[in-house]
Design a binder for this molecule. Sequence first.
Ligand SMILES: NC(=O)c1ccc[n+]([C@@H]2O[C@H](COP(=O)([O-])OP(=O)(O)OC[C@H]3O[C@@H](n4cnc5c(N)ncnc54)[C@H](O)[C@@H]3O)[C@@H](O)[C@H]2O)c1
Length: 276
Amino acid sequence: MKNLLNYEGKKVVVTGAASGMGEATAKILLEQGAEVYALDINDSKLDVKKSIKVNLGDKASIDEAVSQLPDVIDSVFSCAGIAGTIYGSGRFTPADVVTINFIGGRYLIESIIPRMPEGSSIATVASLAGMGWMQKLNVLMPLIKTSTFEDAKQWVDENITDPNVMDQDETKNGSYGLSKEALIAWVKYRAYSLAEKKIRLNNVSPSSTITPMLADFNDIAKADVTSSFISPIGRAAVAEDQANALVFINSDLNTYISGQDLQVDYAVTSKLFFGE
Ligand SMILES: NC(=O)c1ccc[n+]([C@@H]2O[C@H](COP(=O)([O-])OP(=O)(O)OC[C@H]3O[C@@H](n4cnc5c(N)ncnc54)[C@H](O)[C@@H]3O)[C@@H](O)[C@H]2O)c1
């Protein structure tokens, strides 16, 4: 029988592999026979080829992590992120949130791309919180078009207080929304030039998913956001639901999808659009 996913022996990088969606993704990839490089600020508990500590908010730390990766990488799963200005025991500024969730994640991916052969694939995890990206494209374009970590960070430092840039305050987790809008817009923008190299780049946008991060979303909103966006199937998503989508979209079963934002929400957004 043909192995449709075809991860056997593939060298894959999974960020955020110590918890939640990244960990669930790494587990499936290990079962599929991939050689998994787990990158996270915490150690992975899984039996991966290598667990490498990295802080996506710190360029030097990303450079150090990339230097420990093999010369050829077949797939990147960019799952790491923080919930907003509150995440676990950490407290972050709005600019930190955009740096970790967008600038650092993008810099890591760009640093790995020169090692990726034709036919390879990249998937990032954004969020339904970024679904307004298209309406803000003019505002976001200068950030998307920055080419270095430093330039992107400078743009964020100079512009994050502009209400057109961060159009929701922190009670509505505005910096998190901005970080995910930027990510989705960048995926759409960058996919074309990567297609010229025959590398696919897509994004998965989860609805509320039961992972350790949910408690932080509730803390930030001072409300139970967990139950606000539940599919009519009667349960919230779990990490494996998102991992399954990520594993599919980076697999050989995906032959012609690139530049897409795949909303993994079991129709939650249909309700948001039509309200019935
Ligand atoms: N859980 C949800 O409801 C939900 C919804 C939409 C999108 N997301 C996104 O899904 C992705 C995965 O989140 P999750 O729900 O699995 O949460 P999680 O907290 O379980 O996992 C996030 C992982 O990122 C790592 N991480 C955090 N800061 C880091 C840093 N500075 N450098 C490197 N690694 C770092 C953490 O150690 C952790 O392993 C995130 O990008 C998140 O924004 C989550």
